[in-house]
Design a protein. Structure first.
Lengths: 232, 219, 232, 219
């Protein structure tokens, strides 16, 4: 029970200016909406956000960008956000673009205590510049490092008071590899249940990776690209 | 000459039963609409799904179920969800049989450029660099020339690269072309397109050996 | 359906002398009993077995050892098997001992296309001999390589015709990291169901990693150390 | 002088509420029987379980549920199962708060040897090298001297090492000893044991500062 906090405000109370933060989600899918809202309310500035995407205008990390709270984005794709583009081109915002698989593995490596590994992604491109290159079994690879942070903020579907998490559908994305990658991992969940209610075989993220957990007040779950089929 | 659907249709003929396939955004997405009869393939979406199905019916969209293009989708029987590290373990570990993606430029040595135009806003490479670096088989689906009328099949890419020596086959509105150790090799002509048309549109070295068949597009 | 084979004999039909094989399980927990029996029946020799343990006399890999089918064991702990000891001391058997976490990660790396990574396990010990050593953030690490094989043979609880797997309790162990680590991965399951019957959110190993699957004829599930509590 | 249960009991006093703990085979296993009241800890078993509980009642053993010692066990509410790569991600990633394990030798710089005796059958290191290389806090539970009466607390280990500079604290039948930059430091005496007894049994440099308290063993 000592992991359970009251709400997003309490969960992020010690996040300060210039913190580095992992934020789970892919696009707007599976993002920690409540913690993002709390960070916006708290107004901390100079954040470095490690997140696959940068949200859209008015939602997700887009809220923090709009309030100029973000100093730097570390992402694989940031194309959905015009405010992002404006700040980048004006030099207000730094951005590090990282291949998506490398980003996921660097987060997983941070959680798993692996300081560096080799991947072929980006070999021969500008991503490889300044990086160690090595051949294994006739193929070229570059060395990538773990990507740690002060805080990891993730979102799950169900969670228990011991911090165990279950994700729903494609919301697992970066939430799972970021669990435990930061010094302190905060999980917000749609439903918080007492420890013992989740099937131990079905837990996606064991509680050991989670330091704080709370049930989010509200999940808007905005859809970025609503695409539908016609009924035959 | 093929339209976009025609390109997708021709590429769909490359699918083999049991293939795991990753489709990029744009023309590649259309391939899913033209899977030949009797062929069963599984689509991988790198945001964390195997067995990606069609768009949901209106009212059945689920914000928790999207593809790598952030579109609402559905899941097929036998599908599964997983995290991004596992997703790219599949890709990097060469478990995906075929990757189909678009490109701005392809070189005669199989280099590909499809993520960045100097001077323009850079949106990021997403999963493209991981995909091209590790795919067992890559087919590029693209227009043969760009909007300025310049060939996209070049001796050497001029744009920042996405990956080196990785493309195996290109399907355009004009032709099917393979990357060989000696350069681009013409395999098939699109209906009504001559070898000369293709030569003119191809800036890189184009190998033309013997009679070049016109492609068959099964419906 | 093309992944489904009739039985263990068919699943291992192309395993030949001198093959290298991953075998899932921890002790006797979650081992591919049916494939081991089929390998014993087939009598292939000169095998290199990558498995956390070496079974016991008369069960698990112990069956293959007894029949002198194993040339080399790559394991983290082989203490439960007297026949193993005899063959090792007489020079009939080679053994490579690898720290357990390194063994698991080397299998996972093989499945994930990561040719090498750094771990602190074994630094300063004989395990580090001949290996590249490097400092990251003030701590020393050694470089370890992926551990591939010709075949990976694993065991799951439930599986479907598309190769999706669900494990039960502590049988997940090395079965999951070995899935996809070999050129061909064979899964034997207690219950094989049609694709679509397993919840996509609860699948532990997605079918893409599995090339062949079958329902095992019989699972003895021998217990190595039966320990019990007295009722109060 | 403590018996094995006494050593376990003394170590159990080091547990803090919310700790994730990995227990080695032997004396460390006994620690689970002496958890102080009001303290809740979670045991990690490196074969793939959090929340390891007591042995099952007779007839309730499950071959699919064992600990790292291959013993049948149970799971506590809030427990979870996972694979070996994830298990060692927890260990290597320093998410386990405390590791308690046995040793053949410990050096005054915190080196530990506990896996191999030259000339004897080598069973393997299992997870010990991963555990000692990455533990945030390691307590060694062992006898102060070996069966031949030789000290196991040495200036330098003579046996092949399991890990370097990793042990933080040692609890034996005679004493609680910390590893400091200057060597072994005596923290507590076991009931009825004198500082001289401990000195005699310790081959490495032993720092004794001021009065050394006798340990309290709460029941």
């Amino acid at each position: 029970m000592y992991k359970v906090v009251k709400n997003a405000e309490e969960a992020i109370h010690d996040i300060t200016d210039n913190s580095t933060i992992h934020l789970g989600g892919f696009g707007l899918c599976g993002i920690p909406e409540n913690c993002i809202a709390a960070l916006a309310k708290k107004g901390v500035k100079g954040l470095t956000c490690i997140s696959n995407n940068a949200g859209v205008e008015g939602f997700g990390i887009g809220i923090l960008l709009h309030q100029r709270q973000v100093k730097k984005m570390i992402s694989s794709y940031v194309g959905e956000n015009a405010e992002f583009e404006r700040q980048l081109l004006s030099g207000e915002l730094e951005v590090d673009l990282i291949p998506q698989g490398t980003l996921a593995e660097r987060c997983r490596a941070a959680a798993a205590g692996i300081p560096a590994f080799f991947t072929p992604a980006g070999y021969g491109t500008e991503v490889a510049e300044g990086k160690e290159v090595r051949e294994f079994d006739g193929k070229m690879y570059i060395m990538e490092h773990w990507l740690k942070a002060d805080f990891s903020i993730i979102k799950a579907w169900k969670g228990d008071t011991d911090g165990n998490l279950i994700y729903r559908k494609t919301t697992r994305n970066f939430n799972l590899p970021m669990a435990g990658a930061g010094r302190i991992t905060i999980a917000e969940v749609e439903e918080l249940v007492p420890a013992g209610q989740l099937d131990p075989d079905q837990i996606h993220t064991p509680g050991i990776f989670i330091k704080r957990i709370f049930e989010g007040e509200k999940f808007e779950k905005r859809i970025e690209q609503r695409t539908v089929s016609k009924k035959a | 000459m093929l339209d976009k659907d025609g390109i997708a249709k021709r590429i769909a003929q490359e699918l083999k039963n049991g293939y795991y396939v990753n489709l990029g955004i744009g023309i590649p997405t259309l391939v899913a609409n033209h899977i030949p009869e009797g062929i069963s393939v599984t689509f991988q979406s790198e945001n964390g799904m195997l067995g990606m199905g069609p768009f949901p019916f209106e009212g059945e969209e689920d914000a928790d179920l999207i593809n790598a293009g952030k579109q609402t989708v559905t899941v097929m029987p036998g599908g599964s969800y997983f995290d991004s590290a596992t997703s790219f373990a599949m890709i990097r570990g060469e478990h995906v049989d075929l990757t189909i993606l678009g490109a701005m430029e392809v070189s005669e040595t199989g280099d590909i450029a499809n993520w960045k135009i100097p001077g323009k806003m850079v949106k990021g490479m997403g999963g493209a660099m991981d995909l091209v670096a590790s795919a067992k088989h890559i087919i590029v689906a693209m227009q043969h020339v760009n909007k300025a009328g310049e060939s996209k099949l070049l001796p050497k890419c001029t744009l920042p690269l996405t990956g080196l020596h990785c493309v195996k086959r290109i399907v355009t509105e004009l032709a099917v072309i393979d990357i060989t150790p000696n350069g681009f090799k013409l395999i098939e002509r699109a209906p009504g397109v001559s070898v000369d048309d293709i030569k003119k549109a191809t800036e890189g070295k184009l190998i033309v050996e013997g009679e070049i068949p016109e492609m068959h597009l099964y419906l």
